[in-house]
Design a binder for this molecule. Sequence first.
Ligand code: NAG
Ligand code: NAG
Ligand code: NAG
Ligand code: NAG
Length: 421
Amino acid sequence: MLYLLILVVLACIHQSVSAGFQLSGDAGVRILLPKRSSFTKQDGTFDHFKAVKHTTKIVNKYRQNLLNFQLNFGTFPPGFVSLPPLAAYPEEELERRQKEPLADEEDDVEWAGNIKIGTPPKTFLIDFDTGSADLWIPSSSCSHCTSSKSKYNNSASSTGAQKSGAFEIRYADGSNATGPIYTDTVTVGGVKATGQYFAAVTSESPNFAQDPIDGVLGLAFPSISRLRQNPFFVTASAQKSVKDDAFAFKLASNGSELYLGGTDASLYKGAVEYHNVSSTIGYWIINGASAEVNGKSAVSGFDTIIDSGTSIMYGPPAAVQAFYKAIPNSKLYDKSGGFYTFPCRTPPQVAFNWGGKSWTISAENLNFGETEQGSGECVGTLAGQDLGLGDNTWLLGDSFMKNVYSVFSFSKNAVGFAALK
Ligand SMILES: *[C@@H]1O[C@H](CO)[C@@H](O)[C@H](O)[C@H]1NC(C)=O
Ligand SMILES: *[C@@H]1O[C@H](CO)[C@@H](O)[C@H](O)[C@H]1NC(C)=O
Ligand SMILES: *[C@@H]1O[C@H](CO)[C@@H](O)[C@H](O)[C@H]1NC(C)=O
Ligand SMILES: *[C@@H]1O[C@H](CO)[C@@H](O)[C@H](O)[C@H]1NC(C)=O
């Protein structure tokens, strides 16, 4: 059923494109994204707990994506090996957080921006996530959701409607986010989707409750939607709210932007190098990648998921071990977290290549900081981790995306990279 829906939608999108919409130009909508904080503390050292906490969230997100796929298709995706156990947050982190006032917690590790839901519209601060496919925000009837968060009240929106069924995801420390399903008008920048499905959660785990953002807007494919519905951008495209059914990110410490409806030519130079999305498992996944260290291929022939909702880069543990082996004097720092160090004074030159240009990661974007002040050992932004994606799939989060202009095109069914201006 969902398969059919996807096919129909893809066919519609295809039709609207061939019906003569411009594929480029400056007709899209810019959403400014505030700076994302890093895993480096103010004294320049690696914030280990924060990084492990993020890894926990990402492991659970991909676990949930696998469950969503299974729900939609009755089977796990091809190449599936096993469902990783639900990861729990480290206890030290929980303790530490209890001692910290929320205002001090500059823990905003998402690229957040504003969206509006309902009539009259209510504003939500949202994580734009190319690694998941649902929209969810807190509900006004969530009694323990942090009071500072924006909440959705269906009775207060003249365009809202409750749908049957319930949303449930498990993302952290054994808790679930659950809540009813609604449709309503969702606007991002000037791009509007009417009758958009989303969940308003009435319960959420303490870890999510601490997060300054209100919710998540998934930008991946319908196959991994827990709501079993089209995500926002697919709905907006089908309703012809955008000229080109592509969106693009510039993620940087300054001037970050999500562009809906094509690419923002003012932010990149040269051509966009496109690579076809290589499977239908629901991710923005491209194959034939190689990881280069100091100009030589260290690991090659793997698949990469480009995920704006992930800060760290992850690869299968054995592949990441081979990668760091190519870096002189690198060392394993934390086996369970999968983190490695390299000498701060001689950072390696690292690049990813998909058969075209080599896209270099700057020394800054490769480095989470020193293990301790003066140690001279810097923690790399690529970690080895089993995310249940098999032994040939890497996850390139913003430590990679910050180095390029990245384009996600439904009409081309491709991910593209271009050089930032
Ligand atoms: C939701 O909106 C309705 C209608 O405006 C209002 O009566 C109700 O108190 C609101 N509920 C909450 C929890 O804010
Ligand atoms: C969380 O999900 C599990 C598994 O689906 C379920 O057994 C459990 O009852 C849920 N817990 C809550 C509080 O909803
Ligand atoms: C950020 O961008 C603005 C506008 O382009 C510029 O004026 C400013 O110098 C930049 N700041 C940094 C730290 O690069
Ligand atoms: C990418 O997909 C397009 C459309 O399906 C196809 O024409 C093209 O040959 C593909 N390119 C590669 C390199 O596979």
